[in-house]
Design a binder for this molecule. Sequence first.
Ligand SMILES: [Zn+2]
Length: 246
Amino acid sequence: MLKYDSYYFQCPNCHAWLEGRDLKAEMVNQSILYSDGKVLNDNLITTPQKMLMCPSCGHVFWIEHPVEPLITYEKPEAEVYSWNTWRFFGISFSNNKGKLALINHYKTILKKSHYEPKNEIYLRRFLWWAYNDLHRNHQHVRLKYLLNGFMSFGVWHENRKMILEGEKLFLKNIKDFNDNLKRLLALLEKHPEEQIDLEVPEIYRELRQFDKAKELLDQMGSRTHFTNEMLRHSKWKDSRVFMVTG
Ligand SMILES: [Zn+2]
């Protein structure tokens, strides 16, 4: 069964055709949710990519409203650039070098121009997630994970090495990480309509302002698994991104 619906759109500069993909709604239940709001399905992020670089001419543009007539669900006759050629700027995440390349990409884009708040929030949120990718799934380094039998020793060992190295890279870049989060927080507090779920208390937690995170979570009327987990991690003074469900 196909998990995605393909759609097609053109680069506004060179008119090359590109393929985009929409995750089918029924697949969302099988996704993994992380505390920073990133959702993965089959290792692929479910949040649509709004800014991209044309794989044909290098033009950077936004696809804000992927609806007809700007896009079509019918495959055009012309040559089409596949989703993989432009998704995350064609960067591969299978190693830390790729993860750092994506971070630098967002940083360069942010420096290049002044963006309206909605777009700057989008870029800073993706930069935040890209930093967290360096040590996402940190729980996998534990021996418990190997003993659960999810991975062979070789795969577990290699993966562990990558995450521990990623953690070091994350800490090396902690100042930039914090600066980005502070700017994102200021934008989100000014534009509450752009906030996603528990993003604001999570940002305080990741900035190690645990009391503020707890205060915001306590103000919420109903308790969910997500709020309970975030409270638990705040109590432990643990600021690392964690898996909520999956
Ligand atoms: Zn182009």
